[in-house]
Design a protein around this ligand. Structure first.
Ligand code: GLN
Length: 453
């Protein structure tokens, strides 16, 4: 109880948690003690975790940081969190995030932004921990939990991990069940671990992964011993450096850390090769068509009738007024923007020009990766983000496209369904962390962990 209170106090200024669950934590910690006393020590026994608010947790408010899910308390538990509890983990609470995981700065949350524990040297400007898993990143980075769950649709695990100097792993699409995870863009969403070390990510992924008959896109693939992949031996691995990722406006510091990262891998015996992923420049536009299209469809269920926020009606209002008013009041601006973009690109007059075209581009992006892997490349090294963390409000007030540009290095991986990991690369001249990303082959998380470790 004391440790819990200390964590809660430390967390408050960061706005990392949107709900704390002290009773649940104590109950789970007692259960973990009992298991240990009985000689049963599962992988995560007694490990305190924070859970992104996108995961439904039995009897605990789960709002996806949205007003539309006001007071929603799920009568069920997501598959991924069920697996974590089976391994003995302890829940501290629910973590702040961008509303419905739409954002790169945690500023679209109904709970207000999460704040990074990091500051620029000599300055006191509050910085974003990134998003959408911003609460997860802030909490892990500030040691308010040992590790956290995140979800990644276009970079929401890897970008906040990079901004806060931690490790974030987005698994292959289908590796972790999406059952009980509030849907954003179903063909892109994946849950994954956010941790301090690659070893922790390996252990936690082992607990989260596995086939689930309740999610038809979850793959029936064996879950390897990811921790055993930390051999430290990367001799002979071919690491690709994609020339298209050297984008305009990227800071010299990121470029330098990227080169240093490649040199480190070479010194450890890997072979560094230049590669080309020619369709990279079309990834962001394709993502910002496909993700809103799927979101507009997924979010159609929030109608003010079945659960969550219901608007007060005026005399004479009908069912359409109920839908319109509830959705207008419940959804924030960014979510409304995406629902409108999605409905537009799916509408009969524009479907071929936008949605269908974006799907074709997606296939080309996937083929780019298939080609380099078929040429013998084992993993691809890129920066995780084009810049270090920015200040709260610095980007949110700008053109939304500026915010979308943050995802330039991460969205390709979701479009192709591949695993990617962001690892701390060092600090910039202002003392802020920067991350490097490694991209692996489908189901190649173990190999990725070997190289990242
Ligand atoms: N920043 C991206 C977006 O806003 C990615 C979000 C995510 O991965 N959930 O869509």
């Amino acid at each position: 109880a004391e440790a819990f209170n200390a964590a809660a106090a430390a967390s408050a200024p960061l706005n990392a948690y949107c709900a704390l669950t002290p009773e649940k934590a104590l109950e789970m910690a007692d259960a973990a003690d009992a298991r240990l006393a009985a000689g049963d020590a599962p992988a995560l026994c007694g490990i305190p975790l924070g859970i992104k608010d996108l995961f439904c947790t039995l009897g605990v408010q789960s709002q996806a940081a949205s007003g539309i899910l006001e007071n929603f308390i799920p009568p069920y538990e997501s598959t991924v969190t069920t697996k974590l509890w089976e391994q003995g983990a302890v829940m501290l609470g629910k973590l702040n995030m961008d509303e419905f995981a739409m954002g790169s700065s945690n500023e679209t949350s109904v709970y207000g932004p999460a704040i990074s524990p990091w500051r620029r040297a000599g300055a006191n400007t509050a910085l974003t921990p990134g998003g959408s898993s911003g609460g997860s990143a802030a909490a892990v980075s500030a040691s308010i939990c040992m590790a956290a769950t995140g979800t990644d649709t276009g970079g929401s695990i890897r970008q906040p991990a990079a901004f806060t100097g931690i490790v974030g792993l987005k698994p292959t699409y289908g590796r972790c069940s999406r059952w009980g995870v509030v849907a954003f863009a179903s063909s892109l969403d994946q849950a994954g671990p956010m941790t301090k070390t690659v070893r922790d990510a390996a252990i936690m992924l082992g607990a989260m992964a596995g086939h689930d008959p309740k999610d038809s896109t979850s793959a029936d693939m064996p879950v390897p011993d990811f921790e055993a992949a930390l051999t430290g031996d990367i001799r002979g691995k071919r690491i690709g450096i994609p020339r298209e990722y050297r984008v305009e406006g990227m800071s010299e510091e990121i470029d330098r850390l990227w080169r240093e990262g490649a040199e480190k891998l070479r010194d450890a015996g890997a072979e560094i090769v230049d590669i080309s992923l020619p369709h990279t420049k079309y990834a962001l536009p394709a993502y910002y068509i496909i993700a809103p299209a799927e979101a507009s469809s997924n979010l159609a269920r929030y109608d003010g009738v079945r659960y969550g926020h219901r608007a007060k009606l005026a005399p004479g209002d009908g069912i359409l007024d109920l839908y319109e008013k509830s959705r207008a009041e419940g959804f924030g601006r960014e979510v409304q923007r995406r629902v409108m973009i999605g409905a537009y690109v799916l509408s009969s007059g524009f479907y071929d020009a936008y949605y269908l075209k974006a799907q074709k581009v997606r296939t080309l992006i996937k083929r780019d990766f298939e080609t380099v892997f078929a040429d013998g490349v084992d993993a691809i090294l890129t920066p995780a983000t084009p810049s270090a963390a920015f200040g709260i409000g610095e980007m949110a007030d700008a053109d939304p496209v500026q915010m979308y540009l943050n995802d330039v290095f991460t969205v390709t991986v979701n479009l192709a369904g591949l695993p990617g990991i962001s690892v701390p690369a060092g600090l910039d001249s202002a003392g802020l962390p920067l991350g490097l990303q490694l991209i692996g082959k489908p189901w190649g998380e173990a190999e990725l962990i070997t190289v990242a470790g």
